[in-house]
Design a protein around this ligand. Structure first.
Ligand code: PEP
Ligand code: MG
Length: 892
């Protein structure tokens, strides 16, 4: 038979093996505190096993539980020397739900169980305080009626007001007779309106509260919370029942929260706050005095109604036990101190790092433990401005949190407008339905980007993350009216030039300006990163193509460039014209002439990147997107291009029409372009080799460029491109009279490339998994349209998370592992990396560690996150080494 009730009192606790599972967080925590001989109110936890039984019996409490409850009460009576329903010293109980994870929507606590029309007077006599006893009774009836009978709390307020008016009191009843009359009104109301009673038998009160607490698991808020956060339906609810502490009774009572450290300095000293128990109204309200514990400890310990040094000792004891800063909720009843709950101290990201580094210095924890203590995602908050939270801002709409950080600026609907306003030193948010490569310049100048369409791997999202600009995508409830130059949501209309704030960490779009907190990277941050670098196995590179990105990535600790998307280099200034000239040329000769103009530009771009990366690996990807992305769109641009090329507009239009595709993502792109137009590859390869020589000579650091071929599915595609690259290398070698060291590899982003990874590896020095395209092609889900329906999938529980953000281990992940295995079989020393968005996602990084990849590559601002996540994955992996990773290289 399952054990249903687990008792605890100071110095002893019944603790099952998996306490959190059986007793929920609060129950497990009280058992821990009790077992550490810390002062807790005596009580017992009704375990999740009882909830499961009740659930299987349509929520009726099992008979056996009733018997267990009686035994639990008897035990409590003997420990406290009080009696449930007693004629003297009545036992009063508090019942609190205790779930395994925090869950909004479930029942809160019910206090003073055990009070009835008779024991209220017994209590009044015991404490010599009738007002306190009746106040407690009233509160019990209200919360019982609300939880068990589903009564509306506002009704009791009305009854109280009416009764006060009738009997001539205002705040609360003044005499016992007044109190009794009020309680009688409550009873009458419950009988008349709810057809029920508040039981006078304490045991019945307790069982009904338990049953209702269990049933609250199905509250719609709790249900949707579970859905949203992936908490299983049978996670389980326990209820903790303990003796009441009268913390609001007099000047020797109160409650507070004590923290073992000063979290901003990391120093070991008591901090927190304490509210002195209230008089009069009996409620702890705004008027009750609040004390700063740190100040009390240093200035006036006697102002604390219990022994403050005792509290300090308890908190220290607990900190030593969990080896981390802790906070405890405590109560004081008539001078006696009780710990009610403890947890690892809640802290901001910066405080978490401070405390972890400090604990390492004090040799309380080791470096690896400090690394594991920090949530990599929380670093985002330290690297970007955040919104100072307040209730008084107006949210215009919500979208996808596509690139973290917050920004305020005027609305600009076009890159031209951004340029104009930025010139006048205005801060600007670029607002578009979606962005295209030609918007990149505007995105660089803007302070943030908002798009109405698109998901977290849309063009806007990927570019914004790369350049560290806050971005919200897919804000579908907003609309842009291009004709009137307005942005609207429902009735609210904003004009171009009006100010908005976007929060790329939450997806919120806010009307007007909001105060922003600026990031500051302290010494502790750097220390933590040093710890991480010592612990990790995988390398961390960055996806970067501009000098700004490359420099910031280096500052964040990137160990090279894992993906330089060369297409982004062709949009600025005159380049786009030369590019268009190349695309619109009618033959190879014409294309070569245009490419000759692009060559010096590409070369100087690469020289700069190689110089910044100073000998670190730089992976340059050959042109990938379909050519039509570079072509003019508006009539004005078409006319301009025609004039530049001295051709008829119709010719330009005809060529544009000729390049149009039904599915450009699956069309003429990637290495397919290189095969149709090898002269593009030749120009890019030449630019890379010449730049490598030039940068190497300038800096003295030899440059070994890595040339990456996109969207390969056939080995012969790679053969074809590699042959062209090798030929150019031989030419440049002959011209310069010196050899060039370089690598040629491929992106793995198509299912066929995975299946044929062993043969492709015969010609590839390296593989880089492009998980954006790979996820797109394995699922057959367009990465640009996914946002429209993936959220529904997640809401419905069909998918747990967005597979574009976090690798789908069972599907796409399985394929990656297969490719790794095949590749290493052919070429054991092949370098394997990942450069899709998942390269910066901690959960995916754990998988890449397990799969044995050599490095991850991510946008510059995610580099510290990836360093930390890679370190955590390495530590966890080696701790669980019995688990056995797949395909890990023996020397790695
Ligand atoms: C990818 O597909 O994962 C990738 C990195 O390439 P892109 O996002 O440029 O298609
Ligand atoms: Mg790709």
């Amino acid at each position: 038979m399952p054990k249903r009730i687990f008792t605890f009192s100071r110095g002893s606790a019944e603790r099952p093996a998996d306490a959190a599972e059986a007793l929920g967080l609060k129950g497990a925590n009280l058992a821990l505190l009790a077992s550490l001989d810390l002062p807790v109110p005596p009580g017992f936890t009704v375990a999740t096993s009882a909830w499961r039984e009740a659930k299987s019996e349509s929520n009726a409490l099992p008979q056996a539980l009733r018997a267990d409850l009686r035994a639990g009460i008897e035990w409590l009576e003997s420990v406290t020397g009080r009696r449930f329903d007693g004629d003297v010293r009545p036992l009063l109980l508090a019942a609190r739900t205790s779930a395994r994870v925090q869950m909004p929507g479930i029942a809160e606590s019910v206090l003073d169980i055990g009070l009835n029309d008779r024991t209220v007077d017994v209590l009044a006599r015991e404490l010599n305080d009738a007002a306190f006893a009746y106040r407690s009774y009233r509160r019990f009836i209200e919360s019982y009626a609300s939880l068990v009978l589903d009564a509306d709390p506002a009704e009791f307020e009305e009854i109280s007001d009416a009764e006060g008016e009738r009997a001539g009191w205002t705040e609360e009843p003044q005499t016992v007779a007044d109190w009794r009359a009020l309680i009688a009104c409550y009873h009458a109301h419950i009988d008349r309106e709810l057809g029920a009673v508040v039981p006078q038998t304490p045991l019945e009160q307790l069982t009904n509260v338990l049953a209702a607490s269990f049933a609250s698991w199905r509250h719609p808020v709790a249900t949707s919370h579970r859905l949203l956060h992936g908490v299983p339906e049978n996670a389980g609810l326990a209820v903790t029942v303990h003796a009441m502490i009268f913390n609001e009774r007099n000047q020797k009572s109160g409650r507070g929260r004590a923290v073992s450290r000063d979290l901003t300095t990391g120093e070991s000293r008591l901090s927190g706050e304490f509210t002195l128990g209230a008089r009069g109204s009996g409620e702890i309200g705004d008027s009750a005095p609040v004390f700063d514990l740190a100040a009390l400890a240093s200035e006036d310990p006697a102002g604390f109604p219990a022994d403050l040094s005792e509290l300090t000792q308890h908190v220290r004891r607990l900190e030593a036990h969990v080896c981390d800063a802790v906070e405890v909720d405590f109560m004081i009843g008539d001078g006696a101190l009780f710990l009610m709950q403890s947890r690892v101290a809640r802290r901001t990201a910066a405080e978490a790092i401070r405390v972890a580094v400090e604990l390492t210095k004090e040799e309380i924890i080791e470096e690896n433990e400090a690394i594991l203590r920090i949530d990599p995602a929380s670093l985002d908050l330290l690297l970007h401005p955040t919104i100072e939270r307040s209730d008084d801002y107006v949210v215009l709409g919500r979208g996808m949190p596509a690139s973290p950080g917050a920004a305020t600026g005027e609305i600009a609907f076009s890159t031209e407008r951004v340029q104009a306003r930025a010139k006048e030193d205005r801060t600007v948010i670029l607002v578009r339905n979606e962005t295209y490569p030609e918007d990149i310049h505007g995105m660089h100048l803007a302070d943030g980007v908002l798009t109405i369409r698109g998901g977290t791997t849309s063009h806007a999202a990927v570019v914004a993350r790369g350049i560290g600009k806050p971005c919200v995508t897919g804000a579908g409830s907003l609309r842009i009216n291009a004709e009137t130059g307005t942005l609207f949501a429902g009735d609210r209309v904003l004009k171009e030039g009006d100010e908005i704030t976007i929060d790329g960490s939450s997806g919120e779009v806010i009307v007007g300006a909001v105060a922003l907190l600026r990031p500051s990277l302290t010494g502790d941050f750097a220390t933590l990163m040093e710890f991480a670098d010592r612990a990790r196995r995988m390398g961390v590179r960055t996806n970067a193509e501009t000098p700004i990105e490359a420099r910031s990535a280096r500052a964040f600790g990137a160990e090279g460039i894992g993906l330089c998307r060369t297409e982004h280099m062709f949009f600025e200034g005159d380049r786009i014209q030369a590019m268009r000239e190349m695309i619109l040329a009618s033959d190879a000769e014409g294309r070569r002439a245009a490419l000759d103009k692009l060559l010096p530009i590409q070369r100087s771009d690469f020289v700069e990147l190689f110089e910044i990366m100073a000998g670190l690996p730089v992976t340059i990807r050959l042109l990938d997107p379909p050519l039509h992305e570079f072509l003019p769109k508006s009539d004005g641009e078409i006319a301009e291009t025609a004039a530049m090329l001295s051709v008829d507009e119709a010719v330009v239009r005809q060529r544009i029409a000729g390049l149009e595709e039904f599915n450009p993502m699956l069309g003429h792109r990637g290495c397919r372009l290189a095969i149709s137009y090898p002269e593009i590859v030749e120009m890019q390869a030449r630019a890379i080799f010449e730049a490598a020589i030039e940068a190497g000579e300038k800096t003295g650091d030899a440059v070994v460029p890595e040339i990456m071929v996109p969207l390969v599915s056939l080995r012969r595609e790679l053969d074809f491109v590699k042959e062209r690259v090798d030929r150019v290398a031989a030419l440049v070698t002959a011209e310069r009279g010196r050899g060039i060291d370089y690598h040629v590899g491929t992106m793995i982003e198509l299912p066929r490339a995975i299946v044929r990874a062993d043969t492709i590896a015969e010609v590839a020095d390296f593989f880089s998994f492009g998980t954006n395209d790979l996820t797109q092609t394995v699922y057959g889900i367009s990465r640009d349209d996914a946002a429209n329906f993936l959220s529904t999938y997640i809401r419905q529980g069909i998918l747990e998370r967005d597979p574009f953000q976090t690798v789908d281990v069972e599907g796409v992940g399985e394929l990656i592992a297969m490719a790794v295995e095949k590749a290493r079989r052919t070429r054991p020393d092949i370098t394997l990396g990942v450069c899709g968005e998942q390269g910066g996602d901690p959960a995916s990084i754990a998988f890449f560690e397990e799969t044995g990849l050599d490095y991850v590559s991510c946008s510059p601002f995610r580099v510290p996150i990836a360093r930390l996540a890679a370190a955590q994955s390495a530590i966890r992996f080696s701790r669980a080494s019995g688990r056995g990773g797949r395909n890990r290289r023996q020397d790695g």
